[in-house]
Design a protein around this ligand. Structure first.
Ligand code: ZN
Length: 175
């Protein structure tokens, strides 16, 4: 099984572990996921780096260790998404040794990535993974059913950009 369903399933596994470690926060209505902490738990070192603006993130292995470089000059929301996206590559496409992501600037409303050394199919999988990790479908549904319906408010709950939230809502069929 590959594709969206596979990516979402893998994200939920990671998410479940994170949630059980943060039960109290979730019970208090704190929906924010910290992808940096998830990287730590997977023994991936997150290294902030001042890449040129078109590079969002890299993932690589060196001497048996795992590294994730994130462009520290980009907005915090984008950095969070980049970390989640790169974790997705690690979990879904772990055979890779080096991977780096550049950004499409043509569709600013989509959180989209492109890597020169990987198929767009895999980019899409990594994006589905990241979206489910940061804006889990069940949490989105829960919030909407509890009356939180403005995109801005939802974006704040998940600590993501308004654009990413809007794109997610379209993808889940709410918009
Ligand atoms: Zn990628």
């Amino acid at each position: 099984m590959r594709g969206k369903a596979f990516a979402v399933k893998q994200a939920r596994k990671v998410l479940n572990q994170y949630r059980s470690a943060h039960k109290d926060n979730f019970n208090l209505g704190d929906y924010r996921i910290d992808p940096q902490e998830i990287a730590d738990s997977l023994n991936i070192s997150v290294v902030p780096h001042n890449f040129s603006d078109n590079i969002s993130g890299v993932f690589f292995r060196k001497n048996g260790k795992l590294y994730l470089g994130v462009n520290s000059s980009q907005h915090e929301h984008r950095q969070r998404f980049t970390i989640a996206h790169e974790i997705g590559h690690y979990i879904l496409h772990s055979q890779e040794t080096l991977h780096y992501d550049t950004h499409h600037d043509t569709h600013p409303s989509e959180v989209s990535f492109r890597a020169d050394n990987i198929s767009s199919f895999e980019e899409t999988e990594a994006n589905h993974f990241a979206a489910e990790l940061l804006m889990p479908e069940d949490s989105v549904q829960e919030l909407i059913e509890s009356g939180v319906t403005s995109i801005q408010e939802l974006a704040e709950k998940f600590d993501v950009s308004k654009d990413a939230m809007q794109y997610r809502l379209v993808n889940l069929g709410y918009l």
